[in-house]
Design a protein around this ligand. Structure first.
Ligand code: GLY
Length: 436
């Protein structure tokens, strides 16, 4: 406490509790380090322990490699990875919120599939189902109407072919999944409080050129420059929580910062009073705070054992809750969730696309077999040559596919009967000719 000899805080309480667990007494005296206003440089503090100016350093000192080269740390007593703090805005739904559950790509692919499935079912049903026949205009309307009414499982046209039914059942399953995902996503968009931030995560921050705030004297500076390759000129050193808030409010275009990168415990305390900011994403480093002792100090080992005991008996958590769990403004850090995109559904579209393709191939071979049975090769190819002959065959194949199956069967039955009649007449005239 300023102006008194009493020094208290989270790290001090953990240290005192750990020392009390040692099997031998150790006398100690806390000497404050820094000017009491701005955070001191943690590297300097560690160097003073290494040089023997201090017997140990008790505080929120992160255990990082270059420090472990000159001092020994105890076991970490708190998890303290780096997180991104950024300004957030409440996201209000508008008149077009119903379009938000899917990305543009997803809407387009879904629309195309509705039409493709409609067309495939029309092809498969056209020969045998009167509901898929009629003048061209009516058939086009039927394809559109049929395909889009499957969205509500409200299609009135019945499918009678096995292949058509197979395609339709797979498509209805896809529609079920798409429909329920859309409903869930839209419900969440309209009911859950959504926060949106211009900063999307550490990758977007690295690739932008915006200034980033860091805590004065923190190891974060070296980490961001050496490990993440962020230019040192982009880092803005901030000394107090008020400076954090001011720099974030100003933003990158007004000499402020786009985001602050600092350790989670500091940010959690900051957020207990500041409601217009939030942590974006999750911790992207794994660190911890420990107490620093000169190299080969047996106290570091004994205090590590004591810290483990504190952790196991729950005291560490109790001290944490006493100092670091603050109820201030309660705000959800549930940032704007990504829209549902094709990545989550392409498997379904693939299955449906494959079902349509296989059904069309099977249908093509069935038609070809029937066509050859009803119009034998000699009949269709009896005159003409080369390309005109194959064009004629192709044309008669398409006319055959377009014809109603019943008509084709009736015609072929008539033809057979006619042939049988002709044969009988021939036999009769032959009989008259030979008879006396
Ligand atoms: N906790 C800040 C640092 O150790 O650098």
């Amino acid at each position: 406490m300023p102006g008194t000899d009493i020094i208290s805080g989270y790290c001090i309480d953990v240290f005192v509790a750990a020392v009390n667990l040692l099997p031998y007494p150790i006398p100690y005296k806390f000497i404050p380090f820094g000017d009491g206003h701005q955070n001191p440089n943690y590297n300097k503090l560690v160097e003073l322990v290494a040089s023997g100016d201090f017997d140990a350093a008790v505080g929120d000192i992160s255990i990082v490699t270059n420090r472990t080269k000159i001092v020994d740390f105890t076991q970490p007593y708190i998890d303290s990875g780096l997180v991104i703090l950024a300004p957030v805005k409440q996201h209000h739904s508008d008149a077009w919120a119903f379009l938000q559950p899917f990305t543009v790509e997803m809407w387009c692919v879904t629309g195309v599939f509705f039409l493709v499935v409609g067309a495939v079912v029309w092809i498969l049903e056209h020969r045998i189902n009167d509901q898929f026949r009629g003048p061209p205009k009516r058939q086009i309307v039927t394809v559109f109407w049929f395909s889009f009414s499957t969205l509500f499982f409200a299609h009135k046209e019945t499918t009678v072919s096995t292949l058509g039914r197979a395609v339709l059942i797979i498509w209805l399953f896809v529609v079920l999944i798409i429909q329920s995902s859309y409903t869930a996503s839209l419900t969440s968009i309209l009911t859950v409080q959504h926060l949106s931030s211009p900063v999307k995560g550490i990758d977007s921050l690295i690739h932008s050129n915006d200034p980033i705030g860091i805590q004065v004297g923190s190891f974060a500076e070296n980490y961001l420059v050496e490990e993440l390759g962020i230019a040192r000129s982009r880092l803005k050193v901030l000394g107090t929580p008020e400076e954090y808030a001011r720099a974030l409010e100003l933003g990158p275009s007004n000499d402020g910062v786009a985001a602050v990168i600092d350790e989670q415990p500091y940010i959690e305390i900051f957020l207990s009073t500041e409601c217009s900011f939030a942590i974006v994403g999750s911790q992207f480093t794994r660190n911890g705070w420990g107490f620093a002792f000169p190299r080969d100090s047996s106290l570091a080992v004994d205090l590590s054992t004591a810290i483990l005991a504190l952790s196991e008996n729950g005291d560490l958590q109790r001290i944490h809750d006493k100092w670091l769990t603050r109820s201030g403004c309660t705000q959800s850090t549930d940032l704007e969730s990504d829209r549902l995109d094709l990545g989550s559904f392409w498997g379904l579209f693939l299955i449906c696309g494959m079902a349509c393709t296989v059904a069309l191939i099977i249908y093509f071979f069935l038609m070809l077999r029937q066509f050859l049975r009803h119009y034998p090769v000699e009949e269709t190819d009896s005159s003409g040559q080369g390309s005109s002959r194959s064009a004629r065959s192709l044309h008669s194949f398409f006319s055959f596919v377009d014809e109603k199956e019943e008509d084709v069967k009736n015609r072929s039955k008539r033809k057979q009967m006619q042939q049988a009649g002709n044969n009988n007449a021939d036999i009769e005239s032959e009989h008259r000719f030979v008879s006396p």
